[in-house]
Design a protein around this ligand. Structure first.
Ligand code: SF4
Ligand code: F3S
Length: 373
């Protein structure tokens, strides 16, 4: 077999396979870069690259993409990739049977395509759901082809091999479910309690995490391992705060006080500007958005916790530190914060900030932090 070296570790992919991708308009460089980046995102060694390449080659996984109460940001996140090869490879590896935003068919013809796909691929297709499901007033707030969103999601996800809920609206209800939740919005897991649902939250979903999840399903025949909220551990196993590039400033007690001040311009910690990174579990600092270009904290804006449940209620006001809650005296571990969610940060940080300031012998800074907290 004619083999192609991917890297110096002698990871090899069939030359014939690479040529077939080139014939489809994907250069071998782009294809190998995609396979390597996906392995890295899934925390797999590069030795898995050939297996991923073969899984992509043989796949034509039927996919039904549903959209309900959402802004279409998750579809856009996948399709508006700066590197077209990413979207092209993943769209080539699946057979997209239904996706309102991009399919050529419309109206009854489109609905017929969806219904036929459910019947033809029963138990074998992947359902991807974007948006929350309204259930108030008999489901009148979202109907498609005369069928309520609730009936559609139960039928489509109930007959799927697995479902991936993408974006905060589908995973946790998002802004439609925020108080007072006028449409009676539910997440996919709530709407279809018996279905196999993996949650990929974010506002929007990170396209790298979505493609990595699909590739994992293609390669291993199952969804990746998840945390207690149904989120894949490869993407949501670590706190933003623990991988943040501004963390050294947090440890040194150096905080931006206002947007545009000298601390902000020097890249200091954004905690005092409302950053929710200490309570948010997502791989934004390492994977970033737009093919690794940037992420909110790198761009100078605090994390607003968009991968956490009910973040519109629990993480607001976005530009204010969370209210001080008694009971916490030291920095929390990731596990404790994950269970407690949105409480205790201000108190924990007050102490941590003071300790950091004393460590560097800056009595004035510590007095300032104490006073403000
Ligand atoms: Fe980064 Fe926010 Fe943590 Fe500061 S509080 S280190 S900006 S995640
Ligand atoms: Fe969302 Fe925070 Fe990442 S706002 S995109 S989880 S940095």
């Amino acid at each position: 077999m004619d083999l192609h070296e991917v890297n110096q570790n002698d990871v090899v992919v069939s030359e014939a396979l690479l040529q077939r991708w080139e014939a489809r308009g994907i250069s071998r460089r782009d294809f190998l870069a995609f396979c390597s980046a996906t392995a890295a995102a899934l925390a797999l060694p590069l030795s898995f690259v050939p297996r991923i390449a073969e899984a992509l080659e043989d796949a034509r996984l039927p996919v039904i993409w549903l959209e309900f109460q959402s802004c279409t940001g998750d579809t856009e996140a996948l399709l508006r990739a700066n590197q077209p090869a990413v979207a092209e490879i993943i769209l080539d590896a699946i057979s997209l049977e239904y996706a309102e935003t991009i399919m050529a068919a419309a109206g009854h013809q489109a609905e017929e395509a969806k219904n036929q796909a459910v019947e033809k691929y029963k138990g074998k297709y992947l359902a991807i759901v974007e948006g929350s499901i309204p259930t108030g007033d008999g489901g009148v707030y979202c109907t498609i082809g005369g069928e309520s969103a609730l009936d559609i999601v139960r039928r489509v996800c109930g007959n799927a091999a697995a479902t991936i809920a993408v974006g905060n609206c589908a995973t946790f209800g998002g802004i439609p479910k925020a108080a007072p939740n006028p449409t009676g919005a539910l997440s996919v897991q709530q709407a279809v309690p018996g279905a196999t649902v993996l949650n990929l939250p974010g506002c929007p979903v990170n396209a790298t995490n979505l493609t990595a999840t699909i590739v994992h399903f293609l390669t291993f025949g199952r969804l990746p391992a998840t945390d207690r909220l149904g989120r894949p551990l490869f993407a949501h196993g670590k706190r933003i705060h623990d991988n943040c590039e501004r963390r050294s400033h947090f440890d040194a007690g150096q905080y931006a006080e206002t947007f545009g001040d000298s601390g902000h311009r020097q890249g200091w910690c954004l905690y005092k500007l409302g950053c929710k990174g200490p309570e948010t579990f997502h791989n934004c600092p390492t994977v970033r958005y737009n093919e690794g270009t940037s992420w909110p904290v790198m761009a100078g804006h605090g994390c607003i916790g968009c991968s956490e449940p009910e973040f519109w209620d629990s993480m607001t006001p976005f530009y204010r530190r969370l209210p001080q809650v008694p009971g916490f005296g030291v920095e929390m571990t990731a596990d404790k914060i994950g269970l407690g969610l949105a409480v205790g940060t201000a108190a924990a940080f007050a102490v941590h900030g003071v300790a950091s300031a004393f460590r560097k012998g800056d009595a004035m800074e510590s007095d300032k932090v104490k006073k403000e907290e």
